[in-house]
Design a protein around this ligand. Structure first.
Ligand code: F1P
Length: 345
């Protein structure tokens, strides 16, 4: 029995169960979310985090803006902390949503403390660990314990917090029908992991590949960044993320026969996105497509895009896990990393 990566593997496979608990957290806090979001006239909406949770912040901001029509931006917590003038508007009420698995990352805590001390607006926090420092800082603190993890690289935490964010956006935009439909995601996720396990394994174990790129646009750009980070952390592979059409503007030069291109394909820009992938294939790269239908890995979920976005993650995470094992590494213990970055202040 392989013991390397056993926590990561368990965390990846248990995601659909964890999503159910996250949904309950959102339902329990529905009124508090409505009160916090609707009470003020927000002049600026920012999502923040570090590493994985920064990528989540980027996806969250895109979803928030799509659903509410209000401008929103994802920004690393270190920028809010160290470069507040270039991050915040100078006047007006700001909504800051801070996301952290541990609730203990120094930059995130520092950014939130300064935000509150300077009376900049409302702070909502998302974390997985009850009693962590971050959960004491917001006007509303949402805690998702089912996302807690033993391994360093985030997998279950990321998607669990993402589901929480989608719930918050559904409530904030008063699209309560989206909230109702979110209950279907766990079953779809479970079936997806079973059905496409071998595709993830085959692609992950292919050591003939030495560079892996992820393409995603709109809310999927943050997801593409997160999957590239998984590849780096777990499998020490050169990996980057790009917006689909940006890939033609330079990055295309690095494509060769050892390239795997993973496309997080959307439904409404399917045609444009597939053209990019076809060009990359002609250059000799291998291409793997993930999307609702007509792709190598198809969700066939029938769910709204905002809900099914979460489904892009598990297969990419599995690929990183399999590649790590195939390279003789331990996915639970990436090189040079700790699960939380705590800086001496
Ligand atoms: C964020 C984070 C992780 C990363 C690394 C260090 O932590 O950057 O994404 O994998 O292990 O910490 P958190 O603030 O979400 O707990």
């Amino acid at each position: 029995m392989e013991t390397r990566g056993r926590y990561t593997r368990e965390e990846i496979y248990s995601q659909p169960e964890s999503w159910k608990d996250a949904y309950e957290v959102i339902i329990t806090n529905k009124k508090a979310i409505q009160d916090t979001l609707l009470f003020h006239d927000q002049q600026q909406v920012l999502f923040t985090g570090c590493g994985s949770t920064y990528h989540l912040a980027c996806t969250a901001a895109a979803i928030f803006q799509e659903m509410t029509g209000l401008e929103a931006k994802g920004i690393p917590a270190s920028e809010l902390w160290l470069s507040p003038k270039s991050s915040y508007i100078s006047k007006g009420h700001i909504l800051l949503i801070a996301i952290s698995r541990s609730g203990e990352t120094t930059e995130t805590l520092q950014a939130c403390k300064a935000f509150t001390a300077n009376n900049r607006g409302s702070l909502i926090t998302f974390a997985c660990y009850p009693q962590s420092t971050l959960t004491q800082l917001g006007s509303l603190n949402l805690v998702f314990p089912s996302g807690m993890e033993k391994s360093i690289a985030q997998t279950r935490a990321f998607t669990t917090l993402l589901l929480g964010v989608v719930g918050l956006c559904a409530i904030g935009s008063n699209q309560l029908e989206i909230l109702d439909k979110m209950t279907a995601i766990s079953t779809v996720g479970r079936n997806l992991l079973i059905k496409f396990y071998s595709t993830a394994e085959t692609n992950g174990k292919n050591l003939g590949i030495d560079q892996i790129y992820f393409l995603g646009s709109g809310p999927r750009y943050g997801l593409a960044c997160e999957l590239a980070l998984k590849m780096k952390e777990m499998s020490l592979t050169h990996s980057e993320a790009f917006h689909f059409l940006e890939f033609r503007h330079g990055p295309k030069a690095i494509v060769n026969r050892k390239t795997l291109m993973v496309g997080l394909v959307s439904e409404h820009n399917f045609g444009h996105e597939f053209k990019v992938l076809e060009e990359i294939k002609e250059l000799g790269a291998q291409v793997l497509t993930i999307g609702e239908k007509g792709t190598d890995i198809s969700f066939n979920s029938g769910l709204e895009e905002v809900i099914r976005n979460i489904l892009y993650l598990p297969i990419g995470q599995m690929m990183a896990y399999e590649r790590s094992i195939a390279k003789g590494l331990d996915p639970d213990h990436p090189n040079n990393l700790d699960s939380v970055v705590k800086l001496s202040e």
